[in-house]
Design a binder for this molecule. Structure first.
Ligand code: NAD
Length: 496
């Protein structure tokens, strides 16, 4: 297993490589001939690699390659597609150390988290490989004699896969693997901040035997590449993970040509605390779910809603745990969280720290920018804990996407539910309670795609993943629910 020291060595050895787009099985320079450099998120004076600023022409080539490849890929028997996916999963595991270095370097998360991300991507790919064997339809009774009725599933065609920068390894594989399993082909656009992992993934897909044109990579900005990719007439489905504002825009563009969408958007995830056996365990789960990946997870816990009698005890435990967090570069052994992805994002999160103070919330801990020494060339901040947060405050309503926890006191379970539901989002929701009736009431009444009882917001590699309200629409990803997005239904009547 790679160590943080190995990562430093890897970065020192690194010479700035130039990547192109990956189209029809070949690396191609961007048509405009323009490139940009990606820097180490933990030390932004260190260049990592150069990538193309692509344009509409590159998208055109990639979609055309994916469209051509669809004819043969969709005809390949499911078990053969599955066999290739099993090889991809094996290759992800075999190259886990190098892939984790790349993820940590471009994204900033600590090495341990990146290794976990790569292994998780392998696990999800393996689940998808099995899905290639399970594209089931139904057999139904007929209205008349001598008729046989059934439904079959068919892949929809070219998928545009568009991802944000927080999970550069798992998000692409979460889209590419099921697409391949069900017989679709893909044009993938990573976030401009994190294209390096994607470039490395393309090499591994080719090594596993994915035929030319089945998965294509186009690197570039949302406005230059994303828009025309979404609007391309040959693109039949858009699997998008990112902000709600963009998701709505993409849904509008897709609706104009009746393309399907799978949208995984923002969150403002509550953890309701009613009662517990062990306050330390509850605080550990909350702080971990809030601060992993420096809070840059759509499923991060960001709001703690606690019953009055438990508040003092819980606050003390939360403070103790949050103070144990060590911020540092992704390669540092002692670091428990890395920097934010870049300075722009740090500014956004800092804006919310100021808003929280102005709104009258009590900043009990953290929220400061770290500078000097190892912090000089990255977007580092300490995690923040706000108390006395009124549910209507901006910091309790808007997605901050950083290591910031708000605490709101309530009198009853009903009030907790009302506060938890009083946001535009509905992605993941948590409750801590020892009472079964309370737990089930929460499951019933909470507006959320995923519910966790006495459990942080970690998801599993085979369970449907998604949200309600402004957190998403379309078929949930990860689990068997993907079938609804990547395939269309065909109804068959056979007279005999
Ligand atoms: P973003 O919405 O700014 O960007 C996401 C992707 O969309 C990027 O690749 C971007 O280049 C691309 N894009 C930009 N403009 C486009 C356009 N006009 N057409 C097509 N594509 C375009 O999101 P971000 O800032 O990179 O990521 C953070 C957001 O992602 C947060 O809101 C977070 O909650 C959300 N997210 C959600 C999930 C989930 O599963 N629900 C998971 C991770 C992140």
């Amino acid at each position: 297993m790679a160590t943080a020291k190995d990562m430093q060595h890897f970065l020192k050895e690194l010479t700035c490589v130039k990547y192109g787009n990956f189209i029809d099985g070949k690396w191609k320079e961007g048509s405009a001939g323009e490139t940009y450099t990606v820097y180490n998120a933990s030390n932004q004076t260190q260049a990592l690699a150069e990538f193309p600023r692509s344009n509409k022409e590159d998208v055109e080539m990639a979609v055309s390659a994916a469209n051509k490849a669809f004819k043969s890929w969709s005809q390949l028997p499911g078990p053969e597609r599955g066999a290739i996916l099993y090889k991809i999963a094996d290759l992800l595991e075999a190259n886990a150390d190098e892939l984790a270095f790349i993820v940590s370097a471009e994204q900033g998360k600590i090495l341990k988290e990146s290794i976990g991300e790569v292994l998780r991507a392998a696990k999800e790919t393996r689940f998808s490989a099995g899905e290639a064997f399970r594209m089931e339809g139904q057999t139904l009774p007929a209205e008349r004699g001598n008729v046989w009725n059934s439904t079959v599933r068919e892949p929809i065609g070219v998928i545009a896969a568009i991802a944000p920068w927080n999970f550069p390894m798992v998000t692409p594989m979460r889209k590419i693997a099921p697409a391949l399993a069900y017989g679709c082909t893909v044009v993938y656009k990573p976030a401009t901040a994190t294209p390096w992992t994607s470039a490395r993934i393309m090499g591994l897909l080719a090594e596993a035997g994915v035929p030319d044109g089945v998965v294509n990579l186009v690197i570039g900005s949302g406005s230059e590449v994303g828009d025309c990719l979404v609007q391309h007439p040959a693109v039949k489905g858009i699997s998008f993970t990112g902000s709600t504002a963009l998701g709505i825009k993409i849904n509008e563009m897709a609706a104009r040509k009746l393309a399907k969408t799978q949208l995984e958007l923002g969150g403002k995830n509550p953890a309701v605390v009613i009662d517990y056996d062990n306050v330390k365990e509850v605080a550990n789960q909350i702080v971990e779910a809030a601060c992993t990946c420096s809070g840059q997870r759509c499923t991060s816990i960001s709001r703690v809603i606690v019953i009055k009698e438990k508040k003092a005890e819980l606050l003390a435990a939360l403070l103790k745990k949050i103070k144990q967090i060590r911020v540092g570069p992704s390669w540092e052994e002692e670091a428990t969280i890395g920097p934010l992805v870049n300075q722009n994002h740090l500014k956004t999160v800092q804006k919310y720290i100021e808003i929280g103070k102005r709104e009258g919330a009590a900043l009990l801990y953290g929220g400061e920018i770290l500078t000097g020494g190892k912090f000089e060339s990255g977007a580092y901040m300490t995690p923040a804990l706000f108390d006395n947060v009124h549910p209507s405050m901006q910091i309790a309503q808007e997605e901050i996407f950083g290591p910031v926890i708000t605490v709101t006191e309530v009198e009853t379970l009903e009030e907790a539910l009302a506060v938890a539901n009083n946001v535009d989002y509905g992605l993941a929701a948590v409750i801590f309670t020892r009472d079964l009736a309370t737990a089930y009431k929460y499951v019933e009444k909470i507006d959320s795609g995923m519910v966790h009882i006495n459990h942080g917001t970690a998801s599993a590699a085979h369970l449907p993943f998604g949200g309600t309200k402004n957190s998403g629409t379309g078929a949930f990803s990860i689990g068997h629910s993907n079938l609804d997005f990547f395939t269309d239904l065909k109804t068959v009547y056979v007279g005999y």
